[in-house]
Design a protein around this ligand. Structure first.
Ligand SMILES: [Zn+2]
Length: 350
């Protein structure tokens, strides 16, 4: 694709590829979620929107405008575990009899959605406490996450997908590629022939995808380095000769290499900024979040903590910062008395 291609031309190419976007409302700050209808046999829906009457009405209305009903759907693909993407899958699958596809490691999570809620909450609370968030704030946040869960739903996955598998969907081949980071289950779908990548929240044009700390899907207790994992995934996506990237929110991306390079630079800068704060004095994750975001670090405590921990992981891995455990709370401190002039490349290979 040339740089000069206009948005209208880009949309023409998407339409020619028999892909339609349905923008489904969500109650979340991110706004509408993009679900994609892949016309052909089987008639396929990629993601579904959150579990709400309003989202279902919109999905139905937008499908109708394209000449389809929910009953016509034959396959629903889940891109990742977040509720704005998978909440309606069960209702859609039950009404249509559609197959439900998701990457293999996500299957137990979807089929048992919500069953581990108490354990998830407890682990998140323990993590927040450990990083210096007050018990008052932790309690308040637990009520919010609890009410959010209603926007998700269990669903039966009838077609587990495997990393590297090629899905043949009525004249198109989509390669399944696991790209964890934003969530542990992020899956992108690569149409090599048309050079179109269905990327969901792995790459979004107008916002950087938050690598949220979440429990590993394999049941191990170890915290994964979400941002480090995410950056590794971005490197792989950067190598794809994609001409159009279709995201889970916002507009199509036509310059993904440039966008990914900007993301790398942003994460490097953010880690450097955190290093500056840590070099001044040892701080907890929450104190770092407050130093950067002020009150938002309280109202969005888990999100901002995820951001901080992700970037401090880069500093710890590079040997600039270490964790100091006082038995209750974890603090970060610089490893050298004299802060280095240059931190060097914190994202190796980027
Ligand atoms: Zn997401």
């Amino acid at each position: 694709m040339t740089e000069e291609e206009t948005p209208v031309e880009v949309w023409e190419r998407i339409t020619e590829a028999d892909i339609r976007v349905l923008r489904i409302p969500t109650p979340f700050q991110v706004g509408r979620v993009n679900t994609y209808l892949l016309e052909g046999d089987p008639l396929t829906l990629v993601d579904s929107g959150p579990n709400s009457g309003k989202a279902l009405d919109e999905l139905e209305r937008q499908l109708e405008a394209l000449g389809h009903g929910i009953e016509d759907l034959e396959l629903v693909i889940i891109t990742h575990q977040h509720i704005d993407h998978l909440g309606l899958v069960d209702i859609v699958a039950k009404r249509s009899g559609a197959e439900v596809a998701a990457i293999d490691l996500l299957v137990p999570f979807v089929e048992n959605f919500g069953d581990d809620a108490a354990r998830d909450d407890e682990e998140a609370a323990a993590l927040m406490h450990r990083h210096g968030i007050s018990d008052e704030v932790v309690t308040a946040l637990r009520q919010v996450t609890g009410s959010f869960r209603a926007w998700g739903s269990k669903a039966k996955v009838t077609r587990p997908l495997h990393d590297g598998e090629k899905l043949e969907l009525g004249g198109r081949t989509l390669e399944v590629q696991h790209r964890p980071g934003h969530s542990p289950s992020d899956t992108v779908f690569w149409d090599e022939q048309r050079r179109i990548l269905l990327a969901a929240d792995h790459l979004i044009k107008h916002i950087s995808s938050n690598p949220l700390i979440s429990r590993p899907l394999d049941g191990s207790g170890e915290r994964t380095q979400a941002l480090v994992t995410y950056l590794e995934s971005l490197k792989k996506t950067r190598e794809l000769p994609a001409e159009i990237v279709l995201s889970g929110h916002g507009e199509p991306i036509t310059d993904h290499v440039d966008l990914i390079d900007k993301r790398f630079a942003m994460h490097q800068r953010r880690a450097e900024k955190l290093y500056g704060l840590i070099a001044e004095q040892p701080r907890t994750g929450h104190e770092l979040a407050q130093a950067i975001w002020g009150d938002v670090a309280v109202t969005q405590a888990f999100l901002t903590l995820s951001e901080v921990i992700g970037h401090v992981d880069l500093l710890v891995n590079a040997g600039h910062v270490r964790e100091v455990d006082d038995g209750d709370v974890l603090r970060y401190e610089a490893t050298s008395e004299e802060p280095p002039e240059e931190l060097g490349d914190l994202i190796p290979g980027a």
